[in-house]
Ligand binder design. Structure first.
Ligand code: OGA
Ligand code: MN
Length: 203
């Protein structure tokens, strides 16, 4: 069995979140960093707040740039990760008795000093996001670089550094979190597992 998948399921069941290191190998991360999706800055657009019906740009809330990924046309190295997400989703359905049907994924690029204030991932008008799944692509990230994901738990907050290959998963409806500013550009791929088919994004 896949020990990384087990660790995600155990973390979710026991704590409501999971942090799993080396979910992607250094080699897999390096291959992704060479993909057109990551290298081509023109593909990114300023992230907004809200769902597809009402997107607003609010610099004081989030400063990242995003690019939605399409399973059909993704580069091979990205597809390796999307296939793992698909397998993880099936595993979650079997082990945690969920009924996840699809996922939506974007790459997020946080320029130096940008952040995403404390929030929940589930939209108020739309509760189809069930699990948030983030993987980080930042090689040689140091604590002094900042950029922590701060998660808010009943027992207090916990900081997770965006280390290459690390995967974080949590309940989209429950766990408030924020992204702190960094002294380096910060790259991640954020996905949401949904209880229905994903809408088409404007790619
Ligand atoms: C998000 C988010 C966290 C991170 O995209 O909604 O909270 O660590 N990302 O990148
Ligand atoms: Mn979030």
């Amino acid at each position: 069995m896949n020990k990384h998948f087990d660790a995600v399921a155990d973390g979710l069941a026991e704590h409501g979140y999971a942090v799993v290191d080396q979910f992607l190998s250094q080699h897999e991360v390096e291959a992704m960093l060479l993909s057109d999706e990551i290298k081509d800055y023109d593909r990114f657009k300023k992230a907004g707040i809200g769902n597809s019906q009402s997107v607003q740009i609010q610099e004081g809330i989030r400063g990242d740039y995003i690019q939605w990924l399409d399973k059909g046309s993704a580069s091979q190295s990205i597809k390796v990760y999307l296939d793992k997400l698909e397998a993880l989703m099936r595993f979650m359905n079997e082990t945690l008795f969920l009924s996840l049907k699809d996922f939506e994924v974007h790459v997020a690029r946080y320029p130096v000093s940008t952040f995403y204030k404390r929030h929940l991932d589930q939209f108020r008008q739309d509760d189809h996001r069930k699990l948030s799944v983030i993987v980080y692509l930042n090689t040689d990230w140091k604590e002094e670089d900042g950029g922590q994901l701060r998660i808010y738990l009943p027992e207090g907050s916990k900081d997770v550094y965006p280390l290459a290959g690390r995967l974080v998963c949590f309940r989209s409806d429950l766990l408030e979190h924020e992204v702190l500013p960094a002294t380096r550009e910060r790259l991640s791929i954020t996905g949401w597992m949904l209880d229905r088919l994903a809408e088409l994004k404007h790619l």
